[in-house]
Write a protein that binds this ligand. Sequence first.
Ligand code: UT7
Length: 322
Amino acid sequence: MVASKICAAGYYVPEHTVSNDQLSEYVETSDEWIYSRTGIRYRHMSGGENTSQLAAKAAKRILEAAGADPLSVELIIVATISGDYATPSTACLVQAEIGAKNAVAFDLGAACSGFVFALSVADKYIRSGLFQNALVIGAEVMTKTLDFQDRSTCVLFGDGAGGVFLRRGNTGGVLAEDLGSDGMSAQSLLVRHSPVNNLCTQQSCKQPFLCMDGKAIFQFAVRETPKSISRLMDKTTLTYDEIRWIIPHQANSRIIDGIARKLHLPADKFYCNMYDYGNTSSASIPIALGQLWEQGALTEGVRVIIAGFGAGLTWGSLLLEF
Ligand code: UT7
């Protein structure tokens, strides 16, 4: 069977961390409120590095772990909603920075589901035979989209990048997938470029910041993510015992608890790191994969489910085998 073998994972986050207590010096909030409502205590914040720089640093680590020469890279996809520019793509900037001059490079925008969608696309390119390998990255400087006077959003997000390197092979890769979108609920989470064609009806929303109906997104995530994972599992003959971790998008520990309860699975089946990173949108799942890779936990044959949900609205789950 032709497969997109996952050869390595890696991540990079800016050095500077900001605690909940530090944030409470800028907005009326508290460590108690943030931690009890979200499970977040720290986030990494870029002190000037842009999205492509975080992505390129992650990319160099991933290629080194995979033992891949940048000149051999055939495809680069960067999932992001906070690219350096509208154009050129962040992927093209990464290509230049790492010297992958033979690659095709483009961005993909599906917000917090972005990495899941990008990995699905790269898998199809590789399995079709068009490309022999692919570097797939999720990278965000979310803090540049935030209004630091809006306590309902600025405490939630952080910056970072992570990704994987895929090579055409015979085993592992993406075993099953379930992707979905609901554009009818688009107004629940917006990051605006300009006032033209503005869907947002929330009066508190200011240009050009991220604005979100937190409760609506929370309910959507707890409702749709378990359904997506169940549909994914229905496409395989595997049981949950044969899956080592479920790695959901890291938005809120209470969302993950809700997903676990609906699937009747123990909480420790779910990988959680939002305590240290906050919500890094499309970077959250690949940062988790990078951490597990560095710990040596993603050995040959290990299976994980990654599950994203977020703006669009979008959601998606992939069953991966290393
Ligand atoms: O990445 C995908 C997109 N994002 C998400 O997945 C986020 C999904 N949503 C959530 O995680 C949660 O809805 C939040 C963490 C955003 C909010 O939690 P909540 O339990 O839904 O709180 P709430 O919005 O109902 O707010 C409760 C109260 C409000 O005060 P009143 O109106 O009850 O007096 C807020 O004004 O908490 C207040 N509040 C805060 N208080 C202290 C909102 N933000 C803060 C804050 N510090 N940072």
